[in-house]
Design a protein. Structure first.
Lengths: 422, 422
């Protein structure tokens, strides 16, 4: 069983509004095991809408349409569906009664335009809108079932959940699609692709793919089948992927890197502090995004200038003079000093050049040193040198994510150099 | 001249990712006066992509395609374009050279899959990707010009701006749509609506509307006409809006709040420091996002625990005991102490409860105190108490934005209480 989604509205094609309805509906269909190979976005133009409906019904079992059911001149979906089916619009008496009741309830006068909202093609039926005025329309054209919903996301979602989803569930016959994302940080998409490329066969079930979002590379697994089958397929493939990528995977699905790090610290009853130069507070901000992070994070420093590295952390000014603020040595000393001043078990220090410019060929834009000082005191310092691509913002984000990744691996008792590509 | 936009990726049709590329491109086309009656979203399926390209070129002058140019098995756009045109893929030597240079620069080994990214249909050309590995493709099929871009939004936008927009501009000629956004922070959308509602007539030219994005309320002005006409209409309406909203407007278009604050500090030759509790480094992070911020920001503190407020900043522990860490008094003392320790002209301090839970009815979730200590010493402290709605993340963001807004107004010599709604 397959579906096509049509979103209607000039505000969508002109980019004033981002279409979140189609994505939401796509997710719903995927979970019901209904494939959705195509989504269309069309402006407020009746002949274009009619053409799209007529063509779509030749290609799908289910056609979901959202938008264009409002009371104004540019709401053309009702008329377009009628034209595509080849039927006149008639007034639905039940829908009209509900509309009238709605306007009485909110104490407003109903306009003539609102009356148009109670119309439907003669063979179709109106579908109740539980949180707005525009009823939906359920119609059939050829072998295709057409479900029309309002464009307002809240109304669309409520109508889908209450009226259409139960029908689709029954029709789909118990086959569902389950998904899982395994999230990694510290290796590129192609590095990961080289290790799991053989699992990414086109059209396979379960299917495997990778996506990158804000520096996090996720391996996505999709399985279609009866619920228990699909879950078992996901589980087995996840084990294979985890086996290939090992500790590079930090979480599944929506669990953020910073959440994993804070949970590990709390679980081990350990504290962490931060000393940040080029990331300017981003590492601390990420840690403190996690509810309850006050249990493991008490204080941190933003030491943007050389002077503050010396005064606030106590880094030896001679060291900065000798090696430069962007150096392995200064990163290590920042972490060591922060850990000692904060009386924390662990410390993260970041220093580097996030750009946009560099006045020193030894410190190119993107060169970042990240140090992790650990609970075993003096020598327990790991420093990694990274060269990140991109602009200032993405260099800072990647630096912060790498810092959290290094701490995560150290908390697992692992050597980051044995896990991450060099 | 008209265009069709195709977005490619299973993550889009399955709703895992919301397609923001099509909306952004739609906006760009609207500004160029190019109509875009149709947008398509297609999964990773070569025959579906080929069919969509073949059909689209019969309906449009310009075909914009984003996504599916990555280095993995499920990236099918390159091959699909070649198949639609009916040509083999060949390696583009310039693109290959750039790819090789990219991998040398970031010190990583190039995989075989990456090499595929330098391929193009024989009559097409590769287009430079200024911030990623995947080159774009520019091709022609019949009368239609095809512009292919990567799916990563940043890479897509950069490629469109640098390579495709100039071509489209030259081709479009005539009537354009100009837009301007006037950005505000500190008052709600309905408060602003009450002051400019009469300007927001439907279908007017210029048209005025408001949008809210991440706590910033923007008044958007759209004007359609010949370039000089449209610009003049925008300018006149912008003056009216600025007259109504005064210093609440902090910038136009893409200029961020933190950029305005850093520029004001640099212009006045002043420095700032930060002492953050619940925002955990976010204020400092925002300031240091701005290139060149090291000129006005040298150091900051994240004092998450009561102890660190006392030790690192020197806030009197008795004060914390008496009023609690979330209080007007402690916020003021944090700012005063930070300013003095950092030897800065200005200091921002934030303390509050960002949630998710509160164990003290006097400190409900969302209660935040923000203090600004100014260059006139002892008594020059402004403290504002705020009650923000939303979840932890949005409370932290709004607190940080309000802190920057308060400093911005103080830098203008204004009393925030005279400008912002109470």
């Amino acid at each position: 069983m397959n579906a096509i989604i049509i979103s209607i509205g000039d505000e969508l094609t002109s980019g004033l509004t981002i279409d979140s309805n189609a994505a939401w509906l796509g997710r719903q269909l995927a979970e019901l095991g209904i494939s959705c190979p195509l989504q269309l976005t069309i402006g407020d133009n009746q002949s274009a809408i009619v053409a799209a409906i007529s063509q779509s019904v030749t290609q799908c079992d289910i056609l979901l349409i959202s938008g264009g059911l409002g009371p104004t001149e540019d709401d053309l979906t009702r008329g377009s569906v009628a034209e595509a089916i080849g039927e006149p619009l008639v007034t639905d008496q039940v829908a009209m009664g509900e509309l009238e009741a709605f306007f009485r309830r909110i104490n407003r006068t109903m306009t003539e335009n609102n009356r148009l909202q109670a119309m439907r093609p003669i063979s179709a039926s109106c579908v109740k809108n539980s949180c707005g005025t525009a009823p939906g329309i359920m119609a059939r054209l050829g072998k295709t079932q057409i479900f029309v919903m309002p464009g307002v996301p809240k109304e669309m979602k409520a109508m889908f959940e209450l009226s259409y989803k139960p029908l689709l569930q029954a029709a789909a016959g118990g086959v569902v699609r389950r998904t899982m994302a395994l999230n990694s940080c510290g290796a590129g998409e192609s590095w990961i692709g080289a290790r799991i490329g053989d699992l990414m066969k086109r059209g396979a079930n379960p299917a495997v793919g990778t996506t990158v979002h804000d520096g996090i590379v996720s391996v996505r697994i999709y399985a279609t089948g009866k619920p228990a089958e699909a879950s078992a397929m996901i589980e087995e493939m996840a084990n294979t992927v985890r086996h290939r990528l090992g500790e590079l995977i930090f979480s599944a699905d929506q669990i953020a890197l910073e959440t994993v790090v804070v949970q590990a610290l709390m679980h081990q009853d350990r504290t962490v502090t931060t000393a940040e130069s080029c990331t300017g507070g981003m590492v601390a901000m990420m840690l403190t995004h996690v509810p309850g992070s006050s249990g493991c994070f008490k204080r941190g420093w933003i030491t943007y200038s050389d002077e503050s590295k010396a005064i606030d952390l106590g880094v030896d000014p001679e060291l900065i003079k000798k090696y430069g603020a962007v150096s392995r040595e200064v990163a290590g000393a920042m972490a060591q000093q922060a850990r000692s001043r904060a009386e924390a078990h662990w410390a993260i220090a970041v220093t580097g050049n996030a750009g946009p410019a560099s006045d020193d060929p030894k410190n190119p834009v993107g060169l970042i040193f990240i140090a992790i000082a650990g609970p075993n005191g003096g020598d327990d310092i790991y420093v990694r040198s990274c060269q990140f691509p991109g602009d200032r913002q993405s260099i800072r984000l990647r630096s912060s994510q790498m810092a959290l990744t290094l701490l995560r691996l150290r908390l697992l008792g692992l050597d980051p150099d044995a896990i991450l590509p060099v």
